[in-house]
Design a protein around this ligand. Structure first.
Ligand code: ADP
Ligand code: ADP
Length: 233
């Protein structure tokens, strides 16, 4: 699966980062996570980080212009030239339409949505631990704890809890997801593009389900292309 953008959608804590990291390693394409890009801008105290910070702390979305500009600069880089896995983008209809325009005619897109009940989301977010060296090294205090408390198994970095993973902000983020991101799911569903994936299983099972859905779709597309070619001859 190359020359393909894979878009992973799902509410906060649904496992997008966990699955996207594995998928990008297996497909050999970058994992592009807008939340992680913002967190590193906040950490480095850049102009973008200063503008995004207040929105992130209260669980609101960063305005579309800031997000889309950052995203398009990132995916124009050479390492994204054979495809990439998007995690956390698009989150509004405006972002989805900007992405459609950005990839039109050049890329195919596969869109998968991780489905997880709200109670599990709150539990996942409240135990989430991230590595300070690489925010895509993701743990959970109960479900996937590191071997040594507070230390990343993969690189020895310090583990921390996100400030927006406290219950009030998680609740706000879930509300934002329902209001502003649900129309994005609808947008892809109407285009016949949305693959629903049961995210309420162990991570390995979710990954198997996700891969099977992506591969099923790509087989279907090749069959369709085959029949179009035959019909055109
Ligand atoms: P989650 O793990 O809850 O899905 P992310 O790490 O993707 O969260 O995002 C954290 C925060 O960064 C969001 O609550 C929001 O403030 C900001 N953010 C990330 N991606 C976007 C986006 N595509 N549009 C607007 N804001 C975003
Ligand atoms: P998102 O990027 O969608 O916000 P993450 O991948 O960061 O989600 O996962 C949120 C938390 O839930 C992390 O602590 C992660 O270790 C844990 N987690 C991810 N997938 C699962 C799963 N299938 N079952 C249980 N916990 C999970």
């Amino acid at each position: 699966m190359i020359d393909q953008v894979v878009i992973l959608l799902g509410p906060p804590g649904s496992g997008k980062g966990t699955q996207a990291r594995r998928l990008s390693a297996d497909l050999g394409v970058p994992h592009v996570a807008t939340g992680e890009m913002f967190r590193s801008n906040v950490e480095d105290d850049t102009e973008l980080g200063r503008r995004a910070r207040g929105f992130m702390e209260s669980g609101r979305l960063v305005p579309d212009e800031l997000v889309t500009e950052m995203l398009f600069v990132r995916v124009a880089a050479e390492d994204c030239s054979c495809g990439y896995v998007l995690d956390g983008f698009p989150r509004t209809l405006g972002q989805a339409e900007a992405l459609d325009r950005g990839i039109e005619g050049r890329w195919g897109a596969s869109v998968a949505s991780l489905e997880v009940p709200d109670a599990a989301l709150v539990e996942r977010a409240s135990g989430r631990l991230l590595c300070r060296n690489d925010g895509n090294h993701i743990y959970h205090a109960s479900f996937s704890p590191p071997a040594s408390e507070g230390i990343c198994d993969q690189c020895g970095g310090e583990l921390y809890r996100r400030e927006d993973d406290v219950p009030e902000v998680v609740a706000a983020r879930l509300g934002v997801y329902r209001e502003q991101t649900a129309p994005v799911l609808e947008h892809y569903a109407q285009a016949g593009h949305l693959l629903g994936v049961n995210g309420d299983q162990a991570p390995d099972e979710v990954y198997r389900t996700l891969r099977a859905a992506l591969e099923g779709e790509s087989r279907e597309n090749s069959a369709l292309e085959g029949s179009t070619t035959e019909g055109g001859e």
